[in-house]
Design a protein around this ligand. Structure first.
Ligand SMILES: CC(C)(COP(=O)(O)OP(=O)(O)OC[C@H]1O[C@@H](n2cnc3c(N)ncnc32)[C@H](O)[C@@H]1OP(=O)(O)O)[C@@H](O)C(=O)NCCC(=O)NCCS
Length: 241
Protein backbone atom coordinates (compact mmCIF):
# COMPACT_ATOMS: atom_id res chain seq x y z
CA UNK A 1 0.00 0.00 0.00
CA UNK A 2 1.40 3.34 -0.98
CA UNK A 3 0.07 6.88 -1.41
CA UNK A 4 1.41 8.99 -4.28
CA UNK A 5 0.72 12.68 -4.81
CA UNK A 6 0.23 13.80 -8.42
CA UNK A 7 1.44 17.16 -9.75
CA UNK A 8 -2.09 18.58 -9.45
CA UNK A 9 -2.38 17.50 -5.81
CA UNK A 10 -4.63 14.46 -6.33
CA UNK A 11 -3.72 11.53 -4.14
CA UNK A 12 -3.41 8.11 -5.74
CA UNK A 13 -3.38 4.86 -3.82
CA UNK A 14 -1.21 2.02 -5.06
CA UNK A 15 -2.13 -1.42 -3.84
CA UNK A 16 -2.41 -5.07 -4.77
CA UNK A 17 -5.48 -6.15 -6.71
CA UNK A 18 -7.62 -8.45 -4.56
CA UNK A 19 -10.18 -11.15 -5.39
CA UNK A 20 -12.88 -8.54 -4.74
CA UNK A 21 -11.62 -6.05 -7.33
CA UNK A 22 -10.33 -8.10 -10.23
CA UNK A 23 -10.02 -5.82 -13.27
CA UNK A 24 -12.98 -6.11 -15.65
CA UNK A 25 -10.98 -8.09 -18.20
CA UNK A 26 -12.18 -9.99 -21.23
CA UNK A 27 -14.22 -9.37 -24.32
CA UNK A 28 -12.05 -6.77 -26.05
CA UNK A 29 -12.09 -4.50 -22.99
CA UNK A 30 -9.24 -2.16 -22.51
CA UNK A 31 -8.92 0.82 -20.14
CA UNK A 32 -8.37 2.93 -23.28
CA UNK A 33 -11.97 2.26 -24.26
CA UNK A 34 -13.73 1.94 -20.93
CA UNK A 35 -13.35 3.62 -17.60
CA UNK A 36 -12.53 0.95 -15.04
CA UNK A 37 -14.02 1.71 -11.66
CA UNK A 38 -13.67 -0.23 -8.40
CA UNK A 39 -17.14 -1.45 -7.50
CA UNK A 40 -18.49 -0.41 -10.92
CA UNK A 41 -21.00 -2.33 -13.01
CA UNK A 42 -18.47 -3.51 -15.58
CA UNK A 43 -17.40 -6.94 -14.34
CA UNK A 44 -14.69 -9.34 -15.48
CA UNK A 45 -15.80 -12.16 -17.76
CA UNK A 46 -16.15 -15.49 -15.93
CA UNK A 47 -12.98 -17.05 -17.35
CA UNK A 48 -10.88 -13.96 -16.67
CA UNK A 49 -12.19 -13.90 -13.10
CA UNK A 50 -11.54 -17.63 -12.52
CA UNK A 51 -7.95 -17.47 -13.82
CA UNK A 52 -7.15 -14.42 -11.72
CA UNK A 53 -8.83 -15.81 -8.61
CA UNK A 54 -6.73 -18.97 -8.89
CA UNK A 55 -3.52 -16.97 -9.24
CA UNK A 56 -4.42 -14.56 -6.45
CA UNK A 57 -5.12 -17.53 -4.18
CA UNK A 58 -1.78 -19.13 -5.01
CA UNK A 59 0.54 -16.14 -5.45
CA UNK A 60 -1.09 -13.14 -3.74
CA UNK A 61 -2.03 -10.93 -6.67
CA UNK A 62 -1.76 -10.47 -10.45
CA UNK A 63 -1.78 -6.67 -10.56
CA UNK A 64 -0.77 -3.52 -8.75
CA UNK A 65 -3.51 -0.92 -9.12
CA UNK A 66 -3.18 2.87 -8.98
CA UNK A 67 -6.53 4.13 -7.71
CA UNK A 68 -7.98 7.64 -7.65
CA UNK A 69 -11.03 7.49 -5.35
CA UNK A 70 -12.58 4.55 -7.21
CA UNK A 71 -11.19 5.10 -10.71
CA UNK A 72 -8.33 2.89 -11.92
CA UNK A 73 -5.76 5.50 -12.96
CA UNK A 74 -3.26 2.85 -14.05
CA UNK A 75 -2.08 -0.64 -13.38
CA UNK A 76 0.62 -3.17 -13.99
CA UNK A 77 -0.60 -6.70 -14.62
CA UNK A 78 1.69 -9.77 -14.35
CA UNK A 79 1.76 -13.55 -14.03
CA UNK A 80 4.35 -16.13 -12.98
CA UNK A 81 6.21 -17.23 -16.11
CA UNK A 82 4.89 -20.81 -15.92
CA UNK A 83 1.24 -19.73 -15.72
CA UNK A 84 -0.92 -19.41 -18.83
CA UNK A 85 -0.28 -16.12 -20.59
CA UNK A 86 -3.14 -13.96 -21.76
CA UNK A 87 -3.91 -10.32 -22.32
CA UNK A 88 -6.60 -8.64 -20.29
CA UNK A 89 -8.56 -7.71 -23.42
CA UNK A 90 -8.28 -10.93 -25.46
CA UNK A 91 -11.09 -13.42 -24.95
CA UNK A 92 -9.51 -15.97 -27.23
CA UNK A 93 -6.32 -16.08 -25.15
CA UNK A 94 -8.29 -16.04 -21.90
CA UNK A 95 -10.47 -18.96 -22.96
CA UNK A 96 -7.46 -20.93 -24.17
CA UNK A 97 -5.73 -20.33 -20.83
CA UNK A 98 -8.51 -22.20 -19.01
CA UNK A 99 -7.06 -25.54 -20.10
CA UNK A 100 -3.86 -24.65 -18.20
CA UNK A 101 -5.40 -24.09 -14.76
CA UNK A 102 -3.30 -26.94 -13.36
CA UNK A 103 -0.08 -25.02 -14.10
CA UNK A 104 -1.35 -22.24 -11.85
CA UNK A 105 -2.16 -24.63 -9.00
CA UNK A 106 1.02 -26.75 -9.24
CA UNK A 107 4.07 -24.60 -9.95
CA UNK A 108 7.07 -26.47 -11.34
CA UNK A 109 10.26 -26.56 -9.23
CA UNK A 110 12.13 -23.35 -10.03
CA UNK A 111 15.37 -21.81 -8.66
CA UNK A 112 14.79 -18.54 -10.42
CA UNK A 113 11.06 -17.71 -10.13
CA UNK A 114 10.09 -14.82 -12.39
CA UNK A 115 7.04 -12.68 -13.08
CA UNK A 116 6.03 -11.69 -16.60
CA UNK A 117 4.43 -8.27 -17.06
CA UNK A 118 1.59 -8.43 -19.59
CA UNK A 119 0.20 -4.93 -19.43
CA UNK A 120 1.32 -1.60 -18.00
CA UNK A 121 -0.78 1.44 -18.56
CA UNK A 122 -1.77 4.81 -17.21
CA UNK A 123 -5.06 6.49 -18.14
CA UNK A 124 -4.57 9.49 -20.37
CA UNK A 125 -5.69 12.06 -17.80
CA UNK A 126 -3.14 10.77 -15.26
CA UNK A 127 -0.09 10.69 -17.52
CA UNK A 128 2.97 12.84 -16.98
CA UNK A 129 3.27 11.93 -13.28
CA UNK A 130 5.72 9.04 -13.67
CA UNK A 131 2.94 6.72 -12.47
CA UNK A 132 4.18 3.91 -14.76
CA UNK A 133 7.59 4.02 -13.11
CA UNK A 134 6.03 4.21 -9.63
CA UNK A 135 3.87 1.17 -10.50
CA UNK A 136 6.91 -0.80 -11.66
CA UNK A 137 8.86 0.14 -8.54
CA UNK A 138 5.90 -0.87 -6.40
CA UNK A 139 5.76 -4.21 -8.24
CA UNK A 140 9.50 -4.69 -7.62
CA UNK A 141 9.06 -4.13 -3.87
CA UNK A 142 6.06 -6.45 -3.76
CA UNK A 143 7.83 -9.18 -5.77
CA UNK A 144 11.05 -8.96 -3.78
CA UNK A 145 9.23 -9.28 -0.47
CA UNK A 146 7.59 -12.48 -1.79
CA UNK A 147 10.76 -14.17 -2.96
CA UNK A 148 10.54 -13.54 -6.71
CA UNK A 149 13.96 -13.27 -8.35
CA UNK A 150 13.17 -11.56 -11.64
CA UNK A 151 10.59 -9.52 -13.50
CA UNK A 152 10.42 -9.58 -17.29
CA UNK A 153 8.51 -7.29 -19.62
CA UNK A 154 8.51 -6.03 -23.19
CA UNK A 155 9.74 -2.65 -24.34
CA UNK A 156 8.97 -1.06 -27.66
CA UNK A 157 11.49 1.51 -28.75
CA UNK A 158 9.47 4.44 -30.13
CA UNK A 159 10.92 7.81 -29.36
CA UNK A 160 7.43 9.31 -29.53
CA UNK A 161 6.13 10.91 -26.35
CA UNK A 162 3.63 9.25 -24.06
CA UNK A 163 0.48 10.71 -25.63
CA UNK A 164 1.11 8.76 -28.83
CA UNK A 165 1.88 5.50 -27.11
CA UNK A 166 -1.69 5.09 -25.99
CA UNK A 167 -2.84 4.89 -29.57
CA UNK A 168 -0.21 2.86 -31.24
CA UNK A 169 2.14 1.00 -28.94
CA UNK A 170 1.32 -2.53 -27.85
CA UNK A 171 3.95 -2.08 -25.16
CA UNK A 172 5.30 0.80 -23.14
CA UNK A 173 8.54 2.17 -24.58
CA UNK A 174 11.96 0.93 -23.53
CA UNK A 175 12.93 4.15 -21.66
CA UNK A 176 10.06 3.66 -19.18
CA UNK A 177 11.42 0.26 -18.18
CA UNK A 178 14.97 1.59 -18.00
CA UNK A 179 13.89 4.36 -15.64
CA UNK A 180 12.51 1.63 -13.38
CA UNK A 181 15.81 -0.29 -13.40
CA UNK A 182 15.12 -2.86 -16.15
CA UNK A 183 17.74 -3.75 -18.76
CA UNK A 184 17.40 -5.36 -22.21
CA UNK A 185 18.31 -9.01 -21.79
CA UNK A 186 17.56 -12.46 -23.22
CA UNK A 187 14.96 -14.41 -21.28
CA UNK A 188 15.47 -18.01 -22.45
CA UNK A 189 12.71 -19.49 -20.23
CA UNK A 190 10.15 -17.82 -22.51
CA UNK A 191 12.33 -17.86 -25.63
CA UNK A 192 12.63 -14.07 -25.59
CA UNK A 193 15.56 -12.18 -27.09
CA UNK A 194 17.06 -8.98 -25.63
CA UNK A 195 16.35 -7.28 -28.95
CA UNK A 196 14.31 -8.48 -31.89
CA UNK A 197 16.09 -9.20 -35.15
CA UNK A 198 15.55 -7.41 -38.46
CA UNK A 199 12.71 -9.75 -39.43
CA UNK A 200 10.96 -9.09 -36.10
CA UNK A 201 11.30 -5.35 -36.65
CA UNK A 202 9.90 -5.74 -40.18
CA UNK A 203 6.86 -7.57 -38.82
CA UNK A 204 6.30 -4.80 -36.23
CA UNK A 205 6.53 -2.20 -38.98
CA UNK A 206 3.92 -4.11 -41.02
CA UNK A 207 1.69 -4.35 -37.95
CA UNK A 208 1.83 -0.62 -37.34
CA UNK A 209 1.19 0.09 -40.98
CA UNK A 210 -1.90 -2.10 -40.94
CA UNK A 211 -3.23 -0.44 -37.79
CA UNK A 212 -4.45 2.86 -39.13
CA UNK A 213 -1.13 3.86 -40.67
CA UNK A 214 -0.13 6.63 -41.03
CA UNK A 215 -2.95 8.32 -39.09
CA UNK A 216 -1.85 7.04 -35.68
CA UNK A 217 1.87 7.34 -36.22
CA UNK A 218 3.98 9.27 -33.70
CA UNK A 219 4.78 12.63 -35.26
CA UNK A 220 8.47 12.32 -34.56
CA UNK A 221 8.92 8.88 -36.13
CA UNK A 222 9.51 8.64 -39.87
CA UNK A 223 8.40 5.21 -41.13
CA UNK A 224 10.66 5.68 -44.16
CA UNK A 225 13.69 6.21 -41.93
CA UNK A 226 16.49 3.92 -43.24
CA UNK A 227 17.14 3.02 -39.62
CA UNK A 228 13.66 1.48 -39.25
CA UNK A 229 14.88 -1.85 -37.81
CA UNK A 230 16.07 0.16 -34.79
CA UNK A 231 12.89 2.22 -34.56
CA UNK A 232 10.64 -0.83 -34.68
CA UNK A 233 12.77 -3.13 -32.59
CA UNK A 234 11.16 -4.97 -29.72
CA UNK A 235 13.02 -5.51 -26.48
CA UNK A 236 12.83 -7.91 -23.60
CA UNK A 237 13.36 -5.93 -20.41
CA UNK A 238 14.51 -7.78 -17.30
CA UNK A 239 14.91 -6.64 -13.71
CA UNK A 240 16.89 -8.79 -11.28
CA UNK A 241 15.53 -8.45 -7.77
C1 LIG B 1 3.72 4.53 -21.39
C2 LIG B 1 2.85 5.04 -20.23
C3 LIG B 1 2.57 3.88 -19.29
C4 LIG B 1 3.63 6.14 -19.53
O1 LIG B 1 2.80 6.81 -18.62
P1 LIG B 1 3.33 7.81 -17.47
O2 LIG B 1 3.82 7.09 -16.31
O3 LIG B 1 2.28 8.82 -17.27
O4 LIG B 1 4.61 8.46 -18.19
P2 LIG B 1 5.20 9.92 -17.96
O5 LIG B 1 4.68 10.82 -19.01
O6 LIG B 1 5.06 10.34 -16.54
O7 LIG B 1 6.75 9.67 -18.31
C5 LIG B 1 7.69 9.13 -17.41
C6 LIG B 1 9.07 9.30 -18.01
O8 LIG B 1 9.17 8.48 -19.19
C7 LIG B 1 9.38 9.29 -20.35
N1 LIG B 1 8.51 8.79 -21.44
C8 LIG B 1 7.18 8.69 -21.43
N2 LIG B 1 6.76 8.19 -22.60
C9 LIG B 1 7.87 7.99 -23.35
C10 LIG B 1 8.08 7.51 -24.65
N3 LIG B 1 7.07 7.14 -25.43
N4 LIG B 1 9.34 7.41 -25.11
C11 LIG B 1 10.37 7.80 -24.34
N5 LIG B 1 10.23 8.26 -23.08
C12 LIG B 1 8.99 8.37 -22.61
C13 LIG B 1 8.97 10.69 -19.95
O9 LIG B 1 9.66 11.66 -20.73
C14 LIG B 1 9.37 10.72 -18.48
O10 LIG B 1 10.78 10.89 -18.41
P3 LIG B 1 11.56 11.76 -17.29
O11 LIG B 1 11.75 10.82 -16.14
O12 LIG B 1 12.84 12.10 -17.93
O13 LIG B 1 10.67 12.90 -16.94
C15 LIG B 1 1.50 5.61 -20.76
O14 LIG B 1 1.77 6.55 -21.74
C16 LIG B 1 0.61 4.54 -21.30
O15 LIG B 1 -0.16 3.96 -20.59
N6 LIG B 1 0.73 4.27 -22.58
C17 LIG B 1 0.02 3.18 -23.19
C18 LIG B 1 0.79 1.90 -22.92
C19 LIG B 1 0.22 0.78 -23.67
O16 LIG B 1 -0.03 0.94 -24.83
N7 LIG B 1 0.05 -0.33 -22.96
C20 LIG B 1 -0.37 -1.56 -23.54
C21 LIG B 1 -1.74 -1.49 -24.12
S1 LIG B 1 -2.17 -3.03 -24.87
Amino acid sequence: MKDVKLKDGRKILLREMTKQDILPGGNGRCPVNCKMVIGGTLLPTDNFRILNEEMIKKYGTTAILAIDQDVIAGFVNFYPTWCPHFDLCQDEQINEAMIHLEEIRSPPPCDDPALHVRCLMVRKEYRGNHLSITLLNCLKDWAKSRGWKKIVGGGNMFSGRAQYQWLIAPKPPKPIWEKAGFVAKDFPALGLKAMSDREGARLSLEWYKSDGFPKQFPKDVNPEDPDWPMIFADYTMVCEL
